[in-house]
Structures are given as C-alpha cells and as structure tokens.
Design a protein around this ligand. Structure first.
Ligand code: IVH
Length: 669
C-alpha cells in the first residue's frame, strides 16, 4: 500500500516535471536537463503508468507527442501527424526492435540508417511543385505556420526541380543552424554584450520563431530532408523517395545507408559515433527505419510513434566529473569570466578539462562548490558547460566559491554594473590581459586583419614595453623590432608590411577594431552608413545614434561613453595621423532621384517583395531619410505585415501618412 502511494506521488511529480520541461523546451527554447536525463524520466513515467494505468494523469506527457503551440503564428493542422520516435541507448534494445519487426512482417527486412539531426522538425508542403507551407511540429497534430521564415532557408526549394513529382506532397526535415554560424552568432552576441545561446538547436528554434523573416535570412539556417509523404505514394521504399526528393532539389544528407541486417545497423552506429563530429550540424544518434513502405504500413503505429522506426541515441554527450577549481579570465573589455577546472573526463570523443560557467549568477544558480561532483555536457564542437551538481555526492568539506573582489590579473577592485551579470576590471590602461586582448581584437580577421602579428608577437611587443595600445603599433620601427627574440629580418619586414597594408582597411572595420563595447562588426557597418567619418560619429548625439536602425539605448550609451574619454579621443587622433581609414569610402547608395528629398520615414513590420535593408536603401537612394521612432515631424510610416500595434496607434494619433509596401514602391516608381 505504502509503495502504491509513493508511486502515485512519483507519477504526479514526473508528469508535472516533464510537462514543465516540455513547455520550457518548446515554448522558450530552454533545455534545463540533458536529453539523456529527460528520456530517463519519461521512460520511468511510462513504466509506472504501465504498472498502474488507473493512475495515469489526464495531461500525461506520455500521451502527447511534443509541446504546446506558440500563439503568435497562425496554427495549422498537420495532414500527416508529426510523430516522435521511440528511442533507445542500447544495442540490446535495438536487437529487440529488430526481433519485433521480423516477428510481425517476416525475415525479408531492409533498414535505412540515417543521422538523427539535432535541430527543429519541419513540415514542408508542395502544391504543383511550389512550396506553399512550412510548419513546425507543435504538439504533433497542429503546429505554427512559419512559411515566411522557411522561405529564407536556402536548402528548402521554393519550386521543386525537374519533373515527376505528385501534385500535392509533403517533405519532412530538420532545420538546423550550422555550427560555424552558431559560433559566429555567439561571438557577435558576446561582442554586443548579449546573453549567449546554449546550443545550435535552441538557436535554430529561436530563429524560426522570429517574427521578422529578414532576421531569419541572416542566420543562414540549413535544412536536411528525411521524409516524404503523399497519398497515393508513388514510391515503394523510403530510400527511393530520398533519392527522388534529392533530385527535386531538397537537401538530403548523404550519410544515409541501406542495411540488410541489424548487425549492419550496429556497424553504421559504431562508425558514426566518431564521424558525426565531422558534420556541420550537431547529431545525437541514428534513426533506423524499415525501408519498404508496404512493411511500414503493416507495422503501423503505437499512439505516439511508428513501430517501423527507432532512434538510437549516443549517451556520452554528458559526463560526470569533479570540479577542482575556478579560474577567472579577464577579457579585452575587462569582463571577468569564470572557467571551471575539471578532473579530466572523456566526453564525446575528447578529454574535457575545462568548462564555461558564464558568470557569478551562474555559479549561484547551479549552487557550485569546489569538490562537487558535476554534470558536464557538450554538443558538437561547442565548449562544454556545467549543467548541474549531483548534490547526493556533495562532501561535507566542499568549499563555497567566493567570487573575487579584485582583478585576478592586476589587483584592481572589480566593479559590477547594476543589472549586468558580469564583473568588470576598470583598469583599462594598466591591466595586461585587457591590453593584449584589445590588441588581438584589433589585428583579428574581421578588424584590421594583420596576420603577420599573432598572439605570441602581441605578448612579446607588450612585455618588451614597445606597445601598450593599438596606436603604438604604427610607431614601431625596424630597429626596435630586429633586436627582439626570434625576430629575423623577414619577420620584421612582414610585420611592418602588414601594418602598412592595414592602412587600407575600410572605416567600418577600423571602427570595429577599436573594440567599443557592444559595437560588433554588423553594428559598425550600420554606424558607418549614417556617420561617414569618425568626426561625425564622435559628435553624434544620443538622439542621432538611436535614430539609426538597429542601434538601441545600450549601444548608443556605450558609444557616447567611449568618446567622452579623452584618452580614446587621443588614440583615435593618433590612428588618424598614422593614416588609417577613419572615413567611409563613397559607400552611400547611388542617388537615383530626389523624389523623397527632405522626407523622413519609419519602416516597421515584415515585407513581401523587399527586405527591410533594401527598403532603407531605396529610401536613401531617392533622397529620403530613415529614422527609428515616430514623432510629429515624421512624413511617412511604411507598414509591413505584423507591425507593432503601438507604432500604428501612435502614427494614427499624430496623423502620419501610413504607406503599404506597394504604395511606397509606387511612390518611387
Ligand atoms: S523521422 C515518425 N528521421 O527526431 C518519425 N526524424 O523523435 C518521423 N529527427 O521530430 C521522424 N533526424 O525532429 C526522422 N533522420 C531523421 C531525423 C529525425 C532528426 C527528429 C525529428 C523528429 C524527432 C523524432
């Protein structure tokens, strides 16, 4: 009786917890636990419900396929439900799956093995070869209509190629953010001081939920297609359909393979356990599908998933180890980031010794103590991170982590800006990692691209007291360098040549190279469009700065603060004397007419035939000006789909002329 009562409680708690995790995952793109832990919880709940069917909660997650539906997009019904897959972590269970299949349909079974891509499931509908709808999985029965966003994904053909496709069909696939794009996005976010995205899947799912499809287009999402749905189905096997859709222009990963036995399936799984890290997308296992559609039909479905397919998941993506210490790193902006030092542990093919913990809040949130047993997770090539503490293993002598009050590099008292997660060292001119970090940023690829100077040389130049800031680089003389360690004539000449060549690098990259907080390379480009030389930018007011598209309060204040510092003014002056480009080359869009002369525009919403950037260029090239906020002085509001209601209301109140996309294009025609 007591056991029954305990299990009733466990069912209730698991139901509640899994529903919550599903909600976090599907609505908010947050994974609070590892996939492995999640699957274990779900499995446990399934077992308990089987033991006590009468205790199953009406809202049990075992009865549903996935999450809930996001409100902001139109909801669409799936013609073919988007089911999930049963999954397993063991070869034994895979053999059991094979045995079940053979028992039902006989011994003549062929399988197709595919990668299990760790992205976001998507359904793509085509009518007469034309892409007409893209939808998310939602709860499996109904999902969000995200057609406009999907149209921006290059791997999704807008028109099927060739011939021979049915009048109406659906393709299913996985949308993902390629690892290099994800890493770059996080670099940009870090530069801009924004919170980092946890993994490429969250990044892809967050991107697909963007209301503005031009943002989606910038994120360069990819899509691997792995399923074909059509009644009547013109193909006999899944593999034939993969080949066909590939011919029609869908991107099919060429990693799939036909297998004639479960042993061949296991060999495929073993082979890809390591090789999957070569792929541009994170994968977390292998999907095994019965190849013949006739047999698939015979096998049918359970309430949640097909009986003809199973996912084998690799388990080692998370590991358990001991937290030995915390090291504090000082970045070029002075931000102090804690890095966890771990007892080395094998994880996803590499030995992990360090993990990121982001900031002091994260240490608090995880309740980390030195000596703790911690869970470490890694996805693809991303730096591993600590996801939790095994409190049952906490030793009595574990040591609380005290965040340092002084800079670990220079001893200066750290400051913490109200509302920000990071601690900063304010000693910009005297803190070695900040000085060297700024130099490294300045010479990096996206900035001045001086590749004859590497991090080692930076350190050498700094420690020999030749260089303390970026302007010092341009004062370097042959005689000073030739005397240094490991500096031969050729090296010195290369360095000087590299510096000389950097004087041709355009203004926006020099501006980025200055390392102003929150001014990443994209922001630098936007700024240069509106302020064609450094003097204009230096003199810009807060109002002028925030009037620039995509420049908000935080960036504007950071720029104002930068130029308030006389040392920065001097630095910029020295760079100008050295001959760097602090003026934009004639980058203004070509002037086509003066039809919009003296008129100001606000652009809002999403447009059909032009992107927001193109719209802005059009306005400028016809003599108009684009601002970001609505005031009585505004001439026009160009309104696209899904524009904010408050903007519309304000514009209507002030009696501002509202133009549709077509009306605007008509105006300049
Ligand atoms: S087939 C009825 N193939 O895994 C089964 N799914 O747990 C339909 N996934 O929602 C799915 N790679 O997002 C299939 N090669 C692949 C896959 C794959 C990733 C995802 C998909 C699906 C989930 C099922």
């Amino acid at each position: 009786m007591a056991i029954e009562k305990d299990q009733a409680l466990e069912i209730k708690e698991l139901t509640h917890r899994i529903n919550y995790l599903n909600y976090q995952y599907y609505q908010n793109s947050v994974s609070e636990v590892s996939d492995y832990e999640f699957d274990q919880m779900l499995k446990r709940l399934q077992e308990l419900e089987e033991l006590h069917p009468e205790l199953r909660q009406p809202n049990s997650p075992t009865q549903r396929v996935g999450g809930t539906i996001t409100k902001s997009f139109k909801t669409v019904e799936h013609k073919y439900p988007m089911l999930s897959l049963g999954n397993t972590y063991s070869a034994e269970e895979l053999r059991e799956f094979d045995a079940r299949v053979r028992k039902s349909v006989g011994d003549e079974v062929e399988y197709v093995c595919e990668q299990k891509f760790d992205g976001v499931a998507i359904s793509l509908t085509y009518e007469n070869g034309q892409f007409i709808q893209g939808a998310t999985r939602g709860d499996g029965m109904r999902g969000d209509d995200i057609t406009a966003n999907v149209r921006t994904i290059r791997d999704v053909p807008l028109q099927a190629h060739g011939q021979g496709f049915p009048d109406l069909f659906e393709v299913r696939g996985e949308v993902f953010m390629p690892l290099p794009v994800f890493e770059q996005l996080n670099i940009d976010r870090e530069e801009a001081g924004e919170q980092l995205l946890a993994n490429p899947r969250n990044a892809a799912s967050g991107t697909l939920k963007q209301q503005d499809s031009s943002i989606v287009a910038h994120r360069k999402l990819g899509c691997f297609s792995y399923g074909f749905y059509c009644i009547p189905n013109p193909f006999e096997t899944h593999s034939e359909s993969l080949q066909a859709i590939q011919k029609w222009g869908f991107k099919v990963s060429d990693t799939w393979r036909k297998c004639n036995s479960i042993e061949e399936v296991l060999a495929y799984i073993n082979e890809w356990e390591e090789r999957r890290f070569e792929l541009p997308i994170a994968t977390d296992g292998v999907v095994v599908k019965v190849n013949s559609y006739a047999l698939q039909e015979e096998l049918g479905f359970t309430s949640k998933s097909p009986r003809w397919a199973i996912a084998y998941k690799y388990a080692a993506m998370s590991a358990v180890t001991i937290l030995k210490g915390i090291q504090y790193q000082v970045g070029r902006t002075g931000a102090v980031t804690p890095v966890a030092l771990l007892e080395p542990v094998q994880l996803a093919g590499t030995v992990v010794k360090r993990a990121s913990v982001h900031n002091a809040n994260e240490i608090k949130r995880l309740d980390l103590r030195l000596g703790d047993t911690v869970f470490v997770e890694k996805g693809g090539e991303i730096i591993p991170k600590i996801t939790g503490v095994d409190f049952s293993e906490r030793k009595a002598d574990s040591i609380a982590i005290l965040y340092p009050e002084n800079c670990p590099a220079c001893g200066t008292t750290l400051v913490r800006v109200e509302g920000e997660a990071n601690h900063y060292c304010p000693n910009e001119k005297g803190c070695p990692p900040q000085i060297m970090g700024k130099l490294e940023h300045f010479i990096s690829r996206k900035a001045l691209y001086i590749d004859s100077i590497g991090p080692k040389t930076v350190e050498q130049l700094f420690s020999s007291k030749l260089v303390n800031d970026v302007a010092d680089l341009y004062d370097l003389k042959y005689e000073q360098l030739i005397g240094l360690d490991r500096m031969g004539e050729k090296t010195v000449n290369n360095i000087l040549e590299g510096l000389q060549k950097s004087k041709e690098i355009p203004f926006d990259r020099v501006l980025f190279g200055l390392g102003i907080r929150f001014v990443g390379s994209t922001v630098a480009k936007k700024l240069v469009e509106q302020f064609p030389d450094i003097e204009a930018l230096k003199g810009a007011t807060y109002e002028e700065l925030v009037a620039v598209n995509e420049i908000g309060d935080r960036i504007a204040n950071s720029i104002l603060e930068y130029f308030r510092n006389p040392e920065h003014i001097l630095l910029v002056e020295r760079l100008k004397q050295a001959g760097l480009q602090l003026k934009a080359e004639n980058n203004a869009p070509e002037i086509e007419s003066d039809r919009l002369e003296g008129k100001t525009f606000v652009i809002s919403g999403v447009f059909q035939s032009v992107s927001r950037d193109e719209l802005q260029q059009l306005i400028i090239s016809h003599g108009g000006k684009v601002v970001s906020s609505i005031s009585a002085k505004l001439a026009y509001l160009v309104a696209g789909d899904k524009m904010g209601p408050s903007k519309l209301e304000k514009a209507t109140k002030l009696g501002i002329t509202i133009l549709s996309e077509d009306q605007f294009l008509e105006m300049i025609r």
